[in-house]
Structures are given as structure tokens and as C-alpha cells.
Design a protein around this ligand. Structure first.
Ligand code: AMP
Ligand code: MG
Length: 336
């Protein structure tokens, strides 16, 4: 069925659409989400169809506040401390469900988050229910961070699109599983491992768990399933090439000189994203920080698809706490 979405900044109107079983695209501070009432399993299943999302990859439920989370989930003192420290914000916790009335019906656990984007929270409040929402993109493709991209992709697929400020972070939330004996970092994000370790000194990092290292934990037992991790993500059609500064500069000068015909690379249509360089193309992205990198990366990939680029040269991120999340997204974009 073809639907034409209501495009509006009216959270009451769009909240009603969610409450009545509709699907609404909305911005959060991380990326755009495509959401439905967490209490309406049919509506949640429609999201999977629209995105072509594998059915075993569960959705994150978005809440307006901690009180609303407490209605549906078991929240330990440690999880409460995490929420108090980092929420509202880009932190998702996997918790045990208290109730079977919330999506996903086939799991005892649920991933939950309180977004800091004001209108996203207003939408949740207006709908009166938690909103289950994965990133608003077609499965496997880069997440959207600009209004024009979600309108183009979703206006004939969903019931509403919330017109509000674009995401300011640009990559998906940090995910921590709190349902095991020790907390485990499932997906790095803007809230870094360093930030988390200040509150959770016994946090298990994926690498440590997989190596079964000092934490004396064997991998099969300790690393909980994070279904989304096994799927290809965030990939443009173009080949993604990650380069250290020097090689990035060399590739740039090759294209700057239009040295076509002299190497295997030469006649590929390329784009560059990196730090403080002189751009060759109008679509190249010049960054000043890793935060900039987070904000620009997905729209760079989306533009690469529109432009039909063959190759995206991406400079290795700077050495700071934000590097881990960026490398995670870049590596996934590379693996086809
Ligand atoms: P996204 O599709 O970008 O919204 O990402 C959601 C991420 O959270 C995916 O990697 C999911 O696999 C993960 N996730 C959601 N619910 C759960 C859960 N109950 N247990 C473990 N991981 C989850
Ligand atoms: Mg996603």
C-alpha cells in the first residue's frame, strides 16, 4: 500500500499517529529513527518490512524518562547510575523485561534509551507509549542524518515525518548489555569506553571478552548476543578505503594532478573525507575533529551513492576517545 507521509513539526499530531499504530520517522540526537508504538507488535513488524530488516535484529525502545522505563524493565542500581550519568543522551542499555506487553515479544531482554533530542522526547510523551525505532535507513545502508534524505527515502513508505532539528551527533548510540554478570559494551558510540569506565570500572570490552583475557571470562559465555553485530551495516555502493594520513595525502595528490591513465586507481570516481586538506571535488569533506567526522560520515556516504562514486577514501580518525566508534563504523562500511 502506498502512503504519503504527513510532514509536520506538530508532535501531538504525530504522537497520535504512533498511538494509533502508525509509523513515523523522527530525528534524535544520534541519527534519524523510524518508529512505532512498542506496545503495537504489528506496527513494529511493519518497520521490518519497510527497512527490509532481518527479523532477528531487535529494535531499541525509546522512552521519555526513567519512570517510564521502570514500568517495563528491571533496572539495577548500576543501570540507574548509568541513566543518571548519561541520560537523556546517546546511551542504550540492554535490560531485562518486566512485562511481555512490550516489543520484541520473543525476547526476555530489551534495549532502551532516552534521547536528548527535545522534540523526539516530546513525540514520545505525546504518543503516551515507548517508541521502538531502529535507524531510519534501508537495512545495510548508511543511516540518515539529514531531513532531505529521510523525506526522499520514506515519504511514500511511512505515515509521518517529524520536521525538527537534524541529529547533532551523526552516528548511532553506544549500546551496553546490563543483563549479564558483568556489563558488556556491544556497540561503541559518542559515549566512549573511557566515559563508561569511569562509572563501570568492570565493563567488559568486546576485544577483552573475545580473547578471554584478564577478565577471566570465556568468550562463548561472556559475550552476549548482539544480533545487529552480525549484519553488514552503513555501506555505500562505493568501495570504502581507510588510509593513514600519508597515504590519504598521496591519493589526494594523485587525483589533484588528474593523473588519469597512469595507475589502476586513476579513472575511478572518488570522494575524500579527512582532516584539514585542500578538497579536490565539491563533495569531499574536510574535517577538523573526530566529532566532525561522526557528523559528516553518513551523509558523505549517502552523497557518494547519489553521485555514483566508485571509491570513498576515508582518513583514519584522530587518536582520541571518539576513534573507537568511528573505526567501528568505517570497518563495517568496508566489509561488503
Ligand atoms: P539500530 O538498528 O541502529 O537501531 O541498532 C540497534 C542495535 O541494538 C542492534 O545492534 C541490535 O542488535 C541491538 N539490540 C537491540 N535490542 C537488543 C537486545 N535485546 N539484546 C541485544 N542487543 C540488542
Ligand atoms: Mg541501524
Amino acid at each position: 500500500m502506498k502512503t504519503t507521509a504527513i510532514l509536520s513539526d506538530d508532535t501531538s499530531l504525530l504522537g497520535k499517529i504512533i498511538e494509533r499504530g502508525g509509523v513515523v520517522v523522527f530525528p534524535t540526537e544520534t541519527v534519524y529513527g523510524i518508529g512505532a508504538s512498542s506496545l503495537d507488535f504489528e506496527a513494529c513488524r511493519r518497520i521490518y518490512k519497510i527497512k527490509n530488516r532481518p527479523s532477528d535484529n531487535p529494535l531499541i525502545a525509546h522512552f521519555a524518562n526513567i519512570e517510564q522505563i521502570l514500568e517495563f524493565c528491571i533496572v539495577s542500581d548500576e543501570s540507574l547510575l548509568l541513566f543518571k550519568t548519561f541520560s537523556p543522551g546517546p546511551l542504550t542499555l540492554v535490560l531485562e523485561k518486566k512485562s511481555d506487553s512490550i516489543f520484541p515479544p520473543d525476547r526476555k531482554t530489551i534495549a532502551v534509551r532516552i534521547p536528548s533530542h527535545n522534540l523526539a522526547r516530546e513525540l514520545i510523551r505525546a504518543s503516551g507509549v515507548p517508541i521502538s525505532a531502529p535507524s531510519a535507513n534501508l537495512s545495510g545502508k548508511p543511516s540518515f542524518t539529514r531531513r532531505k534524505d529521510v523525506i526522499e527515502c520514506f515519504q511514500n513508505l511511512v505515515d509521518g515525518i517529524l520536521l525538527a532539528e537534524d541529529p547533532e551527533i551523526g552516528i548511532e548510540s553506544t549500546v551496553v548489555d546490563m543483563t549479564k554478570d558483568v556489563p558488556v559494551l556491544l556497540r561503541p558510540g559518542k559515549i566512549s569506553q573511557e566515559d563508561l569506565l569511569k562509572v563501570l570500572p568492570h565493563l567488559v570490552l568486546p576485544e577483552a571478552g573475545l580473547q578471554g583475557s584478564e577478565n577471566k571470562i570465556r568468550s562463548e559465555e561472556s559475550i552476549p548476543e548482539s544480533p545487529g553485530m552480525k549484519y553488514r551495516h552503513y555501506s555505500p555502493e562505493a568501495e570504502v578505503v581507510l588510509l593513514e594520513k600519508k597515504m590519504f595525502g598521496e591519493s589526494l595528490s594523485h587525483y589533484r594532478k588528474k593523473d588519469f591513465g597512469k595507475s589502476a586507481l586513476s579513472d575511478k570516481k572518488a570522494g575524500f573525507i579527512g582532516f584539514g586538506f585542500l578538497p579536490v571535488h565539491s563533495w569531499d569533506r574536510v574535517l577538523s575533529s573526530n566529532e566532525d567526522y561522526m557528523k559528516e560520515l553518513y551523509s558523505f556516504f549517502v552523497d557518494a551513492d547519489h553521485l555514483g562514486l566508485d571509491i570513498c577514501y576515508c582518513e583514519i580518525p584522530k587518536d582520541d576517545p571518539a576513534k573507537q566508534a568511528l573505526i567501528n563504523r568505517l570497518e563495517k562500511a568496508k566489509n561488503k
